[in-house]
Design a protein around this ligand. Structure first.
Ligand code: DC
Length: 228
């Protein structure tokens, strides 16, 4: 899979920002897998389904047309996503969805359904996938599998800035609690938890600028391409 880069890591580690820039610079299709889990969570929420009710959530998801825009929006914007033709880009970023998405993401049936969809989107394309299991499960043969991380303080700071840019004021403690809670659930679930993929390149971005991270990944990607 010479044309695939995966970027995984915990909430606020910089995955989206970095993946969007690389998608543009290297002309790769941008696949935001977290947006898909968020969209399914929104479906469950809007249809008053219990977040643990896998059968009903899956049934509804299979009946729903999920459309992702694979052209990366500018690095501060979110990728457009539609459910049955309706734009839900902003809705899937709400506090409610943030609080529930890790619960829905634990459901194995939902994961199988989305992983299949993600693989078929990536197949035969030049793509960059971003999420929690894109290197370990979705595309384990990717030419470059990156695991981004940063310390908690820095990740909280970045999330706060991101929310401020969107004119959303949320208390630091709430942001911190949400990040800790999501990391705990995402890293400890039985099915495809957040892990460093085999042969993954770990980059701690705590003290790095966006440019430095992009440059580092681009360099390793070029080296891998030359070796292949
Ligand atoms: O990257 P994000 O914050 O939009 O992801 C939202 C949630 O979706 C994340 O907390 C866990 C889940 N997720 C997942 O389980 N597997 C992925 N590949 C991507 C996201």
């Amino acid at each position: 899979m010479n044309n695939i880069i995966t970027i995984d890591g915990p909430a606020g580690s910089g995955k989206s920002t970095i993946a969007k820039i690389l998608s543009k610079e290297l002309d790769l299709k941008y696949i935001d897998t977290g947006a898909m889990y968020r969209a399914i969570t929104l479906l469950a929420l809007e249809n008053n389904l219990d977040f643990q009710d896998e059968a009903s959530i899956l049934k509804l998801a299979k009946k729903t047309k999920i459309e992702l825009d694979y052209r990366a929006a500018d690095e501060k914007g979110f990728t457009k996503i539609k459910l049955n033709g309706i734009d839900v880009t902003d809705k899937i970023r709400s506090k409610e969805i943030g609080a529930a998405v890790s619960i829905v993401s634990k459901l194995s049936g939902v994961r199988r359904y989305l992983v299949k969809m993600q693989r078929s989107i990536a197949k035969g394309n030049k793509a960059i996938l971003e999420g929690r299991d894109t290197g370990s499960i979705v595309c384990p043969n990717a030419i470059l599998k990156v695991f981004l991380t940063a310390n908690l303080k820095e990740r909280v700071k970045r999330r706060k800035l991101q929310l401020e840019e969107k004119k959303q004021e949320i208390k630091v403690k709430l942001i911190r609690d949400e990040i800790i809670n999501r990391d705990r659930i995402d890293s400890n679930r039985n099915d495809s938890p957040l892990i460093i993929p085999e042969n993954g390149v770990v980059i701690d971005t705590t003290d790095m600028s966006i440019n430095e991270v992009v440059e580092m990944i681009r360099k390793i990607y070029r080296e891998r391409l030359n070796e292949s």
